[in-house]
Design a protein around this ligand. Structure first.
Ligand code: PLP
Length: 363
């Protein structure tokens, strides 16, 4: 017998709760992945993704993979053995990028930062005279920090700018074209308010022309993928893999929900929720972790007070309120909490609930 899992308030680093419209769309009938009705849906989803990415890139798709699959695709299509690749590392996901770049054969130049700090644009741009790729995470979920991607784009020169937008897409200002992002990957399970399983992916024509011709990954070869998901709308589609049709229906519902509200209003809603949460935590005497001025609205990091067991509080929140917050990462695993307010959870009601629950757990 399949067991129904309990409902949780997902106020951790992701996944967050999905928009109700998305959960309804997940029960639509399964349809063939080459059915005209599905191809039309895929085209609408690509158009919606262009909007949330802030791009006119024809090559914008929901990759059939989670965010880490998007990361793999981003590197394997653009990095060949010996290519110099500068990676800004200011958290766990920058670390992962450096590792994925290494496995793609890149000559990786790491620019390390203290956790909690944003990417130091000058150091990153000065790290190599002519990198093929400069890679950075826009919203570091492990530390709750936002970095200035526009400044990296302005100074990238001939390099391709590769950006992780997993915790920013659909919740924070993101302007791929204006900021000079050439290759971007994201995830559905955070501010888009859709369950995990797809990776919104975008590639500029400039980058596409410089892609690896015969990448080691067949599945993620964006040259082959274009024949199926569509390099441009309306052309004939050929089989590449069986798309997760149900997930794509869910993503369409999430994008529709965001577009109906208005993207900038959704950004403002996330900003307001993040600001209210930070103010409430500080009013309780708690200390925020991420550097001031660079704090993410979608993911707040806060230090666990001296003498308090992080695990005990998290277990209490789960048992009493069916509410999840995240532990910290790496050396901050026991000393930092991560509280995410993403998608439908970016709301005053969620702020009040999480502040009340944390306050009670600490009393
Ligand atoms: N990049 C960032 C910034 C993330 O927050 C995550 C997941 O939390 C990933 C990459 C990896 O995505 P996934 O866990 O969906 O593979």
């Amino acid at each position: 017998m399949t067991e129904t899992l309990p409902f949780r308030y997902l106020f951790g680093p992701g996944p967050g709760n999905a928009y109700p419209e998305v959960m309804s769309a997940l029960s639509y009938p399964v349809i063939g992945h080459l059915d005209r009705a599905f191809i039309d849906r895929l085209d609408r989803v690509s158009a919606g993704l262009r909007h949330v990415w802030g791009t006119a890139n024809a090559r914008t798709w929901p990759l059939s993979a989670t965010g880490s699959g998007g990361m793999e695709a981003a590197f394997v299509n653009f990095v060949e053995p010996g290519d110099p690749v500068v990676v800004a590392v200011n958290g766990l996901f920058g670390e992962r990028m450096a590792e994925v770049a290494r496995r793609s054969g890149a000559d990786v130049v790491r620019v390390d930062h203290e956790y909690g700090q944003p990417v130091d644009v000058e150091r990153v741009l000065a790290a190599h005279p002519s990198p093929k790729v400069i890679a950075a995470v826009h919203a570091e979920t492990s530390t709750g920090v936002r970095s200035d991607i526009a400044a990296l784009g302005a100074g990238k020169g001939d390099a391709l700018l590769l950006v992780d937008a997993v915790t920013s897409i659909g919740g924070l200002e993101l302007r791929a074209d204006d900021w000079g992002i050439d290759i971007g990957y994201a995830g559905t399970q955070k501010c888009l308010g859709v369950p995990p399983g797809l990776s919104p992916f975008t590639v500029s024509e400039r980058a596409f022309e410089r892609r690896v011709q015969d990448p080691r990954s067949w599945y993620f070869d964006i040259g082959l993928l274009g024949g199926y998901v569509g390099a441009a709308e309306g052309h004939t589609r050929t089989y590449h893999h069986t798309a997760p049709v149900t997930m794509v229906a869910g993503l369409e519902a999430g994008l529709d929900r965001i577009l109906a509200e208005g993207l900038e209003k959704v950004w403002a809603r996330h900003e307001a929720a993040g600001a209210a949460l930070r103010a409430g935590l500080e009013a309780m005497g708690l200390e925020l972790f991420a550097a001031e001025g660079h704090r993410l609205p979608s993911l707040t990091t806060v230090r666990v007070p001296e003498g308090v067991s992080s695990a005990r509080v998290r277990a209490h929140l789960l048992d009493r309120y069916t509410l999840e917050i995240g532990a910290g990462v790496g050396k901050y695993a026991e000393t930092v909490w991560r509280i995410g307010l993403m998608g439908p959870n970016a709301s005053p009601a969620s702020v009040t609930l999480v502040l009340g629950a944390v306050g009670e757990a600490l009393a």
